[in-house]
Design a protein around this ligand. Sequence first.
Ligand SMILES: [Zn+2]
Length: 673
Amino acid sequence: MTRALTPVPFTDVDGIADFWANPVRLPETKLVPRGLLRTAVAVENLRRTGAKLRGEDVELLLSVPIRHCASEVFKVIEGAAYVLRRRRDARLEADVDELVDVIAAAQQPDGYLYEPHIVGVPADAEERRLGLLGPGPYTAGDLSHETYNMGHLYEAAVAYRDATGKRALLDVAEKNARHIERAFFLGDPAYNDGIPIERAPDHQEMELALLKLASATGEDRYRRMAKRFLEIRGVTFVPSGAGLADPQVGQHPSLADVIAHIQAPEFAQQHAPVAEQTTAVGHAVRALYQYIAMADIAALTDEQEYLPVLTRIWDDMAGRKMYLTGGVGVAHRIESFGAPFELPNAGSYSETCAAIANVLLGIRLAVLTRDAAFADVAEIALYNNVLAGTSLDGETFFYVNPLESDGSHPFNHGSAARSPWFSTACCPTNLARFLPQLPGLFYAHGDDDLYVLLYATNTTEVALAGGRVRVTQQTRYPYEGGVRIAVEPAESDASRRFAVHLRIPSWTGGRFLPSGPYDFDGEPGTEWQVRVNGRVLEVPVSSGFAMVEREWSAGDVVELVLPMPVRRNSCVPEVTSNRGRRAFTRGPLVLCAEDVDNPPSVFELELARDLSAFTVDSTAIGELDVPRVRIHTADDRSADLTLIPYFAWGNRGAGAMSVWLPVADDPAEGPNS
Ligand SMILES: [Zn+2]
């Protein structure tokens, strides 16, 4: 069995420049300040919960979904903590300290913390009327978000302790976790008539967060709780709902359908014990958070428990249920995975949160297995679906990330364009805490092996077995495929032997993603190159990593040259929406056509069968330059086509967009049948 690697934490990676300079700074400049403002109602509800506990007569404000609005406060605090970890900011810290006081005051003496059940909710309030809250704590099952909120509380508490050394929020989190242990596993007279609830949490955020709490505190009981929750999922309770009857693409299910769907066994992955699950099903974010928790358990055990299950599920997801953008989830399936090859373009859900989880899972699996394919998928999800989640200026957001929009259908939770916020704001608050941690996904190491998982301009020092190594990476990636990495022993002038492993992305081969329904239209891959100190080297490649093992000394530079031609992707005919269509990619970037560049309409575009000439220049969108690809055609029936990176779409107002474009005269059944 392959020995797992150790990731280099984001706090050890500095000097972020070039492509990532802007996105990684957005939490500090935009996402956290906006999050603090936009979660004011949720904070007020927490404040009122504290007042209720002091004996005051209060009611909750019902202008936000009260089931889960507190989670957004916790996620913004987590993002703020990572910002503070980089740079002291007395005012931001004071703001968070004030929030911590409000949260601590909203916690019951026994550790329970959930505003709706502490304050109480009028019987005619919508969330109560729909059965989304239940009559008391832990009675609404998977409709509730009690443990979802609590899990985000733990993650925020760990981050804030690590950033400031202050324990107050961590004390709240630990008190809550001990309450969960009593109520779910030991029996607490105040809950479920004193009988242990013994049921998997409403959201797998809890399992994931308990593992984080365990490693941050050294308390093994939290790890045991996470493990126990994973073991009882799909065992002690299996919902009996029928689920959602196969709806037509584009139809909007009724509320009754939605609730029936949530009560299906697959929705919260309770259709089978987790160790026996074989496919990616149900709510995509819940599923991916579960797989992340399972990967974290695998990393803690010598025998890498759960790893075979995870690779089996991942093969199903990446092979049959993932969009070209790395997105998962189908709109009419209600935030859930679709059936195999059910990947409608306009009807894609591809929630930003699910894509973030896909990145986190892929990097974890790459670290566990030393197999680059997992990181390849993480990279595609990152550069396409995740980055599309925020506008380039960090002012507006996509919750839903379709591969086609007519510019008028309000796919983005009521809007056909990017939105400044959402009533359920999981996605922008997730970006606020994910982007600052991104540099923690760049590197991993084991013994005398340094792995470069993602390419970006930065500097770090990595502790290999033989001593520390200084790494300075410079690149215009993902816009250009040259990566220059200076690698040298940090502590002495002497040379030392160790191996640098460079990920050779799947898109250098014959396909954009390492597996799944897409390939480069039958065209072969490109020739990449590794050079050391200017000399081309023949290097062995293992599981997608090129290995450069040698004596390294001061001044040594390894360069990776990855050609980035524009590639044309085709799709297997099982994906009916892509039949007779092609999509374009360049490097790790999916390209798309927008009306604004292709008047009068992208829906009038038709690709010539013979597409040979591409030119690449750049265009300014707002304050940033992004690459622009022009496809020229000799066929006078077809117009030239202008494409931009998918992540940059929707930055020039509402308008139509399409990734998969029809080919003139292509047989309806597509090229592969
Ligand atoms: Zn979300």
